[in-house]
Design a protein around this ligand. Structure first.
Ligand code: ADP
Ligand code: MG
Length: 702
């Protein structure tokens, strides 16, 4: 016998394909080679082992299979209503078959008194049932073919179906593929490993995923292939992380010195939570290890990340290094500056703020102080990343809200010195573990999963637009008690849709409602000059304003403990994570706080789910899980995250447990054989090397 064709053979050489179909398959499904087709997995399966009776069709779902006889052909209608009908009959009843084309051919194929298997979608017209364009096969042939227990259904496009590449054709092509290349494929996982993780052979799995004998076999095949896919992804991450720690030297912060200790014992006026202490220890371990730290710090709004950042910076300063803190907006940078300079002052440390609106003269002074080493802490926005900004010895960079900084920007921070600074990335957007493992799997993660004591949950209510007067009444009450309120709108300008509230309209309305009673109202929005924005924010923070009307610019980090009401207008227009962030602006002081979500009366299902989730929980991780289900990973990670991973078979929403096992397996394997040099791990080493080669391993480090 000849050798089977290689898997990289172009698809046009597969019998049944040819140049025209090959082009279509390439264009529509990105299938180029035999191997691509082998790995083109069905997305669902139809149970063809079950036969319905006509009598039972009432209970049937869309697609059914029946066995019986066909007779009584009739041509009906004229013009484009022309059609062919026939009656299908089993022992229990009759249904009508209908064809709108090809019917001469159909008629010539079917014989009376012969038994057929038909398969298709059923339609109801009153109590009459019909099935348009059924798949038909002689019962005898169907029986001989035998293997149709579960029939694979492949992803397809309209164009493919139109051009005759139907499901049946796809199935035939895959069938032909196996005929050509056989059913033995190289194994990619070691024997022992497979046994430990209860995985079937790759060859078995690849056949069964296309043509499963039964549900059990299908489940095993899916598990094996999903596990493999997730395992190799995790193996890359874990390997990379280990290698980075080995290869990339980091500054060593040997001593915990006077600054850190003085801060902890004398400046800090609250007790750290257990979670904060744990995280600080994790960071401490990293920065004295000799390897560069690249740590993601996740902690819900209000969990106290700033103090962790401060204490990490003090570790650097204690060892003679400079530090930087990057924030995504000027408001945030300014706020960090205030918090941190208040602390730093008591320690005798120098802090500066560098943003887009820093004056040239001031900039020069900062540049100078950075270069001569007299500046200990630089806080700022993207302006810090400019090439002109040079540090004498940057030891640690903290990045707040990494969502808004791309990988490339993070990398810029690296190049500021010969030995890269340690990097601590802080995010208040809890990322579900499935996502952080699949998309930041090479970063180390610390989680603050505990709020400072004494926080009261924010009472969250859903109110319809019509009942807004009640809301205004409520706001009045709170202000009269000395509190402050935020009112947030989704849009800055009336642009896309005229039907929903926009900020300026809202502002007018609020003024009309409150101004004549002597309440003080301010407004901030994104396009406002930074100076004005800061001035208004400061007024609000200092209690000179009762109500702050704004867009989502106040979303992250803004800290005004006396504000107890967060009203969100057109709340159905906001995403879950935004709503959660906004709610996090209140409940920061000792008083009971409230979040009021105002919506239209009619809501989409997704909007309902978002509002209900907000009302029912305040757990950021729970909210993130719901968000992931509603929006999918792409939207959650945002467009800045270029390399959104497309999985062949794994599904982040459904395969969480497989992912966690695969991660553990990857960690264990590298723990026992860090360089994958043991003979039994040779296959794994080769597959991994191949993956790195394809991806340009070093490009996306950091
Ligand atoms: P976030 O994680 O959202 O950045 P912050 O660092 O702004 O949270 O902290 C929110 C508030 O909680 C601040 O006013 C901060 O001083 C306070 N805080 C932080 N940690 C503690 C703690 N352990 N005990 C009491 N208050 C704390
Ligand atoms: Mg913060």
């Amino acid at each position: 016998m000849n050798n089977p064709p290689a898997l990289d053979t172009p698809l046009k050489f597969l019998p049944g394909v040819g140049p025209a179909r090959a082009e279509l398959l390439a264009k529509e499904l990105e299938l180029l080679t035999f191997n691509d087709l082998l790995h083109f997995f069905p997305f669902r399966y139809v149970d063809r082992s079950r036969f319905y009776k006509v009598r039972d069709l009432m209970m049937a779902s869309a697609e059914v299979q029946l066995k019986g006889q066909i007779h009584g052909f009739e041509e009906k209608g004229t013009g484009n209503k022309k059609r062919l009908t026939a009656l299908f009959e089993d022992e229990t009843g009759i249904l009508e078959l209908v064809w709108f084309k090809n019917y001469k051919w159909v008629k010539s194929q079917i014989k009376e008194n012969e038994e057929y298997v038909i398969y298709g979608k059923i339609n109801w017209f009153g109590d009459r049932i019909s099935m348009p364009h059924p798949e038909i096969e002689k019962a005898e042939v169907f029986k001989k073919r035998g293997h149709l227990g579960l029939m694979p259904i492949y992803p397809s496009t309209e164009k493919l179906t139109k051009k005759g590449i139907t499901q049946k054709v796809m199935q035939k092509l895959v069938y032909e593929l196996f005929k050509q290349v056989g059913r033995n494929f190289p194994e990619t996982l070691p024997e022992d490993f497979k046994n430990q993780n209860k995985l079937i052979d790759r060859s078995q799995a690849l056949y069964a995923i296309h043509f499963p004998k039964d549900l059990n076999q299908l489940a095993q095949a899916q598990y094996r292939l999903k596990f493999e896919e997730l395992f190799y992804l995790q193996l890359q991450y874990v390997y990379k992380n280990r290698l980075r720690k080995k290869k990339i030297k980091g500054h060593i912060f040997e001593n915990i010195g006077p600054y850190f200790n003085t801060f902890y014992h004398e400046v800090l006026d609250f007790e750290l939570t257990g979670a904060q202490k744990r995280v600080i220890k994790e960071i401490r371990k990293d920065v004295k290890s000799g390897a560069q730290m690249n740590r993601l710090l996740q902690g819900d709004v209000g969990s106290g990340k700033t103090v962790v950042a401060m204490m990490s910076m003090l570790m650097a300063i204690d060892n003679g290094f400079q530090t930087a803190l990057l924030a995504p907006t000027e408001i945030l940078a300014t706020q960090h500056y205030k918090t941190i300079s208040r602390w730093a002052e008591k320690l005798g440390l120098n802090v500066s703020l560098l943003t887009g609106s820093t004056k040239q003269k001031e900039r020069k002074i900062i540049h100078q102080a950075l270069e001569d080493g007299s500046l200990d802490i630089l806080i700022g926005t993207h302006a810090i990343l400019e090439d002109k900004v040079k540090f004498k010895n940057l030891g640690l960079a903290v990045i707040d809200e990494q969502h808004r900084f791309g990988v490339a920007q993070r990398a810029k921070m690296w190049k500021k010195n010969d030995i890269p600074p340690h990097i601590l990335i802080m995010t208040a957007t809890p990322i579900p573990r499935t996502l952080s493992l699949t998309h930041y799997g090479d970063l180390d993660v610390s989680i603050i999963d505990e709020l400072p004591p004494g926080r009261k949950p924010v009472k969250t209510m859903h109110v319809y637009e019509k009942e807004k007067n009640k809301v205004y009444h409520f706001i009045r009450n709170q202000i009269n008690k000395g509190r402050q309120a935020y009112i947030v709108y989704p849009l800055i300008e009336e642009s896309e849709a005229l039907d929903y509230r926009n900020l300026t309209d809202g502002y007018e309305e609020i003024k009309e409602e409150f101004l004549h009673d002597g309440y003080k109202i301010g407004i901030v929005y994104g396009k406002m000059p930074a100076e004005d924005k800061n001035r208004v924010m400061k007024k609000f923070k200092d209690g000179e304003l009762d109500i702050l009307v704004s867009t989502t610019v106040i979303e992250v980090g803004v800290d005004v403990p006396n504000a107890t009401v967060m009203v969100i207008e057109s709340a159905h227009r906001f995403g879950l994570s935004q709503l959660h962030q906004l709610r996090g602006r209140v409940g920061r002081g000792a008083e009971e706080s409230y979040c009021i979500l105002i919506t239209d009366y009619k809501l989409t299902d997704d909007a309902k789910t978002r509002i209900q989730t907000m009302v029912s929980t305040q757990d950021g991780f729970k909210i993130a899980e719901v968000d992931l289900k509603l929006r999918g990973p792409g939207d959650i990670l945002g467009t800045q995250q270029s390399g959104l991973i497309k999985f062949k078979i794994a599904d982040l929403l459904k395969d969480r447990h497989i992912l966690l096992r695969a991660r553990l397996a990857a960690e264990r394997l590298l723990e026992s054989d860090p360089s994958l040099s043991a003979p039994e791990n040779r296959t794994v080493a080769l597959v991994l090397a191949d993956l790195f080669k394809k991806k340009g391993f070093w490009n996306y480090i950091g």
